[in-house]
Design a protein around this ligand. Sequence first.
Ligand code: BYC
Ligand code: FE
Ligand code: FE
Ligand code: FE
Length: 469
Amino acid sequence: TIDYTGRIPNNVDLAGDRRLQRALESWQPKFLAWWAEMGPALPTRDVYLRTAVSVGREGWAHFGHVALPEYRWGIFLSERSPDRAIGFGRHKGEPVWQQVPGEHRSDLQRLIVVQGDTEPASVEQQRHLGATAPSLYDLRNLFQVNVEEGRHLWAMVYLLHAYFGRDGREEAEALLLRNSGSEDAPRILGAFNEPTPDWLAFFMFTYFTDRDGKYQLGTLKESAFDPLARTCDFMLKEEAHHMMVGTTGVDRVVARTAELMREHDTDDIARYGGIPLGVLQRYLNFHYSVSLDLFGSETSTNVANYFTNGLKGRWQEDRRKDDHVLAEGHTAVETVADGRITAVETPLLVALNQDLRTEYTADCGSGVTRWNRILAEYGIGERLLLPHHGFNRAVGAYAGHRIAPDGTVLDAEQWAAGVPQWLPSDDDMAFVASLMQPVYEPGRVASWIAPPKQGIDGRPFAYEYVHLV
Ligand code: BYC
Ligand code: FE
Ligand code: FE
Ligand code: FE
């Protein structure tokens, strides 16, 4: 269970470590100042939010209306399992670490800082979306995602403070000083400096970019550094809601688009206040491709070292039917050479970013299948597609090449001719922006999206999830 008596809710016995408690209590006002400046811009009285009350499997959340700045951000780690052993790499079979080994200190700190950097970045990216929410239900979901990303920042800051000494405290400060899209001090990873200007982008972001979070957390949950593993394990429970927001958000846009196409017997539904399928496809192409960049290069000695040293495992490491060491063995990694995509035999260890990306792509495909089923149910013949993983890439083997959504390698001219069909144009963005009129009346929803099938915590869609000021 979680201790809510102190200033910082936690299940790590913070009260038993005064130094750490004081350090975190001095970071807390800086976090709150950051939240006030960079968090949700829309003024609200309160929001129907879930707050963690325990870390157990069942019933970990309490729901109630909370004023956003009074949300109880805290430090929650999954229960420790006393005989957990390292599952992979050269230390496989040894007991997991409760402290950071000196030789792995800088790598672990780097991984935690990169992870921590994404969490507040997404809050910053979503800061203005409250002004244009399609319903109170959606507004509530946005704020739930935002407070939980804020809590994920707390999760990483706790690790930095508790295990990385002075360097860790400095990095924790720096997490509040970099900002999404800033010229002087941007966020570390590319996708987290892209704007999230409208709700279609938000749903695509929570589907594709939060899903990178799911997969990266899945690899860190395998870590030999037990506090990191337990932290990520609990974060994944929160992440499930973010996945739901993205999946059902896009579901509802697709359903509304299909409904309007059928009703008016035309693809050109913009004039009826819907988002045309072509625009949906271009948004999908953009968010998927920038999210693929988050997996790093297909071949990476960084990831080989992380794995061998036990810092970062594979997705569902314990289900892999091999030796979990990977000192031998090769796999095909694609590169672009002489205008063609060719496969090169590569040691498994250095290809682990590609391994994770492949798992991620398969998962992304399940959403596309689901959205196409909705189109089919409405009798619409068109389909959405996941573009080739080389399309529009800025990191890895495809960076600097021009790959069409179908995987064809293009020259500069062919690429330039295709882009208007493949990526959101200024006109697409302006059109979507024009649809973004807020709907704050309980039970009502904007023209461009269907209502959800279910409310939150058993409440109806028409429930007053948010009280505005
Ligand atoms: N942009 O060896 P390489 C989430 C850098 S999302 C800019 O190929 P590596 C969330 C890279 O740092 C999950 N730079 O890559 C979602 C490296 O620099 P150094 C976030 C990039 O190291 C939504 C160099 O390029 N968590 O939680 O094997 C809302 C060569 O890289 C990018 C993590 O990412 C990029 N896209 O793997 C809220 C987990 N990609 O070291 C939250 C922790 C690469 O040469 N991070 N670079 O200076 C990692 O595991 C790894 O750092 C990466 C890269 C997977 C990101
Ligand atoms: Fe997160
Ligand atoms: Fe998330
Ligand atoms: Fe070691």
